[in-house]
Design a protein around this ligand. Structure first.
Ligand SMILES: *[C@@H]1O[C@H](CO)[C@@H](O)[C@H](O)[C@H]1NC(C)=O
Ligand SMILES: *[C@@H]1O[C@H](CO)[C@@H](O)[C@H](O)[C@H]1NC(C)=O
Ligand SMILES: *[C@@H]1O[C@H](CO)[C@@H](O)[C@H](O)[C@H]1NC(C)=O
Ligand SMILES: *[C@@H]1O[C@H](CO)[C@@H](O)[C@H](O)[C@H]1NC(C)=O
Ligand SMILES: *[C@@H]1O[C@H](CO)[C@@H](O)[C@H](O)[C@H]1NC(C)=O
Length: 535
């Protein structure tokens, strides 16, 4: 099965672009010809639909949602895969797949979990203790290293808390782990695999590329505030059923406020309004707009902004990091792995992060009898396999499985697929990550509005970046704030707190060492501004 077979609608749109290249977007002085609305919402993923619902809840019904794909859901994206005994396909999630942090009795509940219950979304507890470990010779027990990491992580987390509370300088997650006693050698492939399982698999980046303070804080906010459980979604309607469900509470069937298959090319914005131009020459002129473009799309320069986004906004966009997380699915005629186990961790003898985590869907509670297993890779391994053919990637995955299970004759898979997230023109990656040495105020610049153009999505969530519930919180807040501005209400109440008016941004962001400290005493004898040959 070709990896991109699901995107029939997208392909149709791509083909539709070609004639429109000559029909360049009209300039802003022809706004009169554009469809008018109060709020243009750019993207119909979790953030966009939640923003629209917040507007609806505030009695703002005049909005238009503009979506690239032929469906609602964004990165909550599923497709058919393989076949059941009756010949019908299974449904797999290409993108987000877990409800992360559910909620403890009496405590706050993750809003995504609330929606999952509302729509009876099928989901199963992911048991991270149900794991077996392997290397190139087959089963070999190094699960003790996972516990060893956990002990060091707890120590590191406490230190990250002190850094946050005392406003001390951020570090890389690598430095935080090392000073807490977890310092794996590059050649210790089992420790590297245990670390990947614990860190990279969640962050979609290695510890070197992750903030110590905000990496730990983000994990705390989801898993300490809600609960430490993760549930895996296995619903035949797809994870997006909760987003479809919420959309149907305020959108009618064929609602003219939802424009699917519409690729935005240009945005003009000011303190008075926003005009959004699309590939087909259509445009929408709005009092306000809420961009829910992924960080990857914003980073790619795929959209022309007029005027150019201000420097502080461009810096924020380029400073935060977009991760790529790739699930490689295989279906077999039979399950040759222990079906009572959920996870299989593989330590490649040469390459960190080479098909490290395998997950059985054939296990009881998931899709028993499906004989489906999938591997996950991130980052450079994702970029590498995106450039390969399915056949090349399948051969690599099969070689790894044959190393892991040397005593069984493993047949060729009967189905194989994986998404190519880094190349998807509507996402350019999977989800965001907080880089080391980047402050909360630097992040606030990612959320802040530029004129009447607002921003929402998982990446704009300081507390829940990378998570689907981050997109929900940010969509709700942007929608509620914009509704208040439209209605001339000063503030919106959130529990005991309130938010009023536009968002703050910080320009400039100051450094941590004042220029007066750049001295010989501190090892800075020569100015970096000096050029030899200058007078
Ligand atoms: C809109 O109101 C409904 C009903 O009170 C509520 O369930 C939902 O969470 C609200 N949505 C947002 C985005 O605030
Ligand atoms: C994370 O939670 C742990 C456990 O409650 C706490 O000790 C630590 O200070 C927290 N760290 C941050 C950065 O919030
Ligand atoms: C929605 O559009 C489809 C396809 O154009 C049409 O068949 C259907 O009757 C419409 N439904 C409603 C409720 O208008
Ligand atoms: C639209 O954006 C593109 C860049 O994506 C830019 O080259 C072009 O000039 C823009 N058009 C207008 C009318 O602003
Ligand atoms: C595979 O077979 C070899 C030789 O019979 C045996 O030593 C080894 O324990 C087996 N490995 C597994 C994972 O069953």
């Amino acid at each position: 099965m070709a990896p991109n077979n699901f995107k029939i609608g997208v392909v149709a749109v791509l083909a539709g672009w070609i004639p429109s290249i000559t029909a360049a977007p009209v300039s802003s002085n022809s706004d009169q010809t554009c469809r008018k609305t109060s709020v243009a919402i750019l993207g119909a993923g979790m953030a966009g639909i939640t923003a629209a619902q917040a507007l609806h809840n505030a009695s703002v019904s005049d909005f238009v949602i503009i979506e690239y794909n032929d469906r609602i859901g964004g990165r909550a994206w599923h497709g058919d895969f393989g076949k059941k005994s009756d010949g019908s396909p299974y449904v797999i999630e290409y993108g987000c797949n877990w409800i992360q942090g559910l909620g403890n009795p009496g405590g706050p509940e993750n809003p995504v979990y609330t929606l999952a219950k509302k729509y009876h979304l099928a989901n199963t507890y992911s048991d991270y203790d149900s794991i077996l470990t392997y290397d190139e010779t087959g089963f070999t027990d190094f699960s003790g290293l996972i516990d060893e990491y956990g002990t060091a992580y707890d120590k590191a987390a406490a230190k990250a808390g002190r850094l946050l509370v005392q406003n001390l300088q951020d570090q890389t997650m690598r430095a935080g782990l090392s000073t807490a006693g977890w310092n794996p050698k590059h050649g210790d492939m089992k420790k590297q695999a245990a670390e990947w399982w614990n860190w990279d698999w969640e962050a979609a980046f290695p510890p070197e590329e992750s903030s110590f303070i905000f990496g730990v804080a983000g994990s705390n906010l989801t898993f300490n505030q809600f609960s430490d459980a993760n549930n895996f979604v296995i619903d035949p309607r797809g994870y997006s059923a909760i987003i479809d469900g919420e959309a149907s509470t305020f959108l009618t069937k064929n609602d003219t406020r939802l424009l699917l298959n519409t690729r935005i090319t240009n945005i003009t914005y000011s303190d008075h309004g926003v005009t959004v131009y699309s590939h087909d020459g259509s445009c929408v002129s709005a009092d306000y707009a809420i961009s829910t473009f992924s960080l990857g799309v914003l980073q790619s320069n795929a959209i022309g902004f007029s005027p150019q986004l201000p420097g502080w906004k461009q810096d924020a966009i380029q400073n935060f990091a977009m991760g790529t997380y790739t699930k490689v699915f295989l279906q077999f005629n039979e399950a040759f792995w222990p079906e009572d186990t959920q996870y299989f961790l593989y330590a490649s003898p040469t390459t960190r992060g080479y098909y490290p985590v395998w997950q059985s869907l054939s296990t009881e509670g998931f899709m028993p009898g499906s004989n489906i297993i999938f591997a996950t890779v991130i980052g450079d391994e994702s970029y590498r396999i995106e450039q390969q053919t399915d056949e090349e990637t399948k051969a690599e995955a099969m070689e790894v499985l044959r190393q892991m299970f040397p005593n069984v004759t493993i047949p060729e898979p009967i189905a194989f697929t994986y998404p190519r997230w880094a190349s998807e023109p509507w996402s350019f990656g999977s989800y965001s990550n907080w880089p080391a040495g980047t402050s909360l105020l630097a992040h606030q610049n990612l959320r802040a509005n530029t004129g009447r153009l607002w921003f929402a999505g998982e990446a704009t969530s300081a507390e829940y970046f990378g998570f689907l519930h981050g997109a929900w919180f940010e969509g709700r807040e942007a929608g509620a704030q914009v509704a208040a501005l439209l209605q001339g209400r000063p503030c919106v109440q959130y529990g005991n707190d309130r938010l009023c008016g536009e968002r703050k941004h910080y320009d400039p962001l100051t450094g941590t060492s004042p220029l007066s400290q750049y001295t010989l005493l501190n090892g800075w004898a020569v100015s970096s501004l000096y050029e030899s040959g200058d007078d």
